[in-house]
Design a protein around this ligand. Structure first.
Ligand code: ADP
Ligand code: MG
Length: 399
């Protein structure tokens, strides 16, 4: 095994190592084998348990590693999460999930501060954080190497729960259970934003110009793609789309917060009847400095709204549902989310944080980004934006 770039020793024979992987740096668990040589550890080797013991000793700085702890709890017994993941997670004692950042993001990383602010703000709608470990490279900004959260039994994300509820609503001609769920998600997102309100500032002209120019750039990229249904749609309706995106340029003075930044149904876990927000890594399509920037709350709201529409498109692909019933379910789920969000934010005294004028523009931008992403990395996802773009443009004045 080649020498790691850096390492945080947890015990004499367990460590968190920063190694050079096939596609960049990785933070991985390592353990010594019988001949004292370091090797990559797996669930069951006790490295995640050792990390909990380190966190239990409190916050500290060790070389380029910074340990932030919110618990003195420890636990034993490791198993893998067993789902497809970007990173690698180990469940310890059915109470904690240790996530090793096996794809180290370029720093600065938004999660540590956002999670701290949310904890401080008393936000309950996320898996309770136990701690975060960051690592600062010699010539760069600190990034997340590992984090530990409460384990949520039986958690599924919205690509399961939302798709199932939309399917049921369309099949049974009963939108009530779906609307009840999205209403609760709207409430949680409002509570998330209220808990982040201490980070609020006002957008500058430069911010507004960056949002507008970024969205126009994405539109140009989409229009230059070959032979995709949504590309033809984007070209046909280019002027309409530009008119919608142009509103972003007028957002100077709108409130911005250090929001989630990559909110969609896949980031909302349902566990034991609760809905919880996860993944504060920021938007993967932006570079690291941009991921840190404050955003209008409408960007998070748009991400969630548009992903509910996308969940409906996924539901339609895998089941034969009456288009009219599906459209009714789709509209009911989204309306309940938006209504509950605005209502809860107002009750919490933060109505001023939400400016819905940019909702349509951010929804269109989200679809455009997904077209680019599907074209470059995930062609089997293209049916979603192919259906979503014309639907969104024909929603009338999309909200
Ligand atoms: P990644 O972004 O690396 O794929 P996520 O944090 O989005 O990882 O989690 C991926 C999946 O792992 C989730 O969809 C969920 O099924 C599971 N998961 C994540 N966090 C928890 C948790 N705290 N408790 C239980 N399961 C979780
Ligand atoms: Mg995720």
């Amino acid at each position: 095994m080649t020498e790691p770039v850096d390492a945080l020793n947890l015990t004499d024979d367990k460590r968190l190592a920063i190694v050079t992987g096939a596609d960049g740096l990785a933070a991985v668990p390592e353990a010594r084998d019988a001949d004292r040589r370091w090797r990559r550890a797996r669930a069951g080797d006790g490295v995640a348990e050792a990390l909990l013991e380190l966190l239990a000793r409190g916050s500290a700085t060790r070389g380029a590693f910074s340990i932030r702890s919110w618990t003195s709890r420890i636990s034993k017994g490791e198993r893998t999460v067993g789902v497809d993941q970007t990173n690698e997670s180990v469940i310890v004692g059915d109470v904690a999930v240790v996530k090793w950042a096996t794809h180290l993001q370029d720093g600065p990383h938004p999660a540590p501060r956002r999670i701290s602010v949310l904890r401080h703000g008393g936000f309950k709608g996320m898996p309770s954080p136990w701690g975060v470990i960051t690592w600062e490279p010699p010539n760069g900004a600190a990034t997340l190497a590992a984090n530990v959260d409460d384990y949520l039994p039986g958690a599924v994300d919205g690509w399961t729960w939302a798709v199932d509820l939309i399917t049921d609503a369309a099949r049974d001609h009963d939108c009530a259970p779906l609307a009840a769920a999205t209403r609760r998600v709207g409430k949680v997102v409002a509570e998330l934003h209220a808990a982040l309100s201490e980070t609020a500032t006002l957008a500058s002209r430069t911010d507004a110009a960056r949002w507008r120019d970024g969205a126009f750039h994405t539109l140009d990229t989409v229009c230059a793609l070959n032979d995709v249904t949504s590309t033809a749609c984007a070209r046909t309706y280019r002027l309409d789309i530009e008119r919608i995106l142009d509103r972003l340029g007028g957002l100077a003075g709108t409130p911005v917060i250090e929001g989630h930044g990559d909110l969609h149904v896949g980031q909302i876990l349902r566990s034991q009847g609760r809905f919880l927000v996860t993944d504060f890594d920021g938007n993967p399509v932006l570079d690291a400095p941009q991921r840190m920037l404050p955003i209008p709350t409408a960007l998070d709201v748009a991400g969630m709204t548009q992903s509910l529409a996308h969940a409906g498109i996924v539901a339609a692909k895998y089941t034969s549902l009456e288009p009219a019933a599906l459209a009714a379910a789709d509209a009911a789920g989204r309306a309940a989310f938006l209504d509950a969000y605005a209502d809860r934010l107002t009750r919490l005294g933060h109505a001023d944080l939400y400016d819905p004028r940019s909702l349509a523009a951010f929804r269109v931008q989200q679809v455009l980004r997904e077209i680019v992403y599907a074209a470059r990395h995930l062609p089997r996802w293209m049916y979603v934006p192919d259906t979503a773009l014309p639907a969104l443009l024909h929603e009338g004045t999309p909200e």
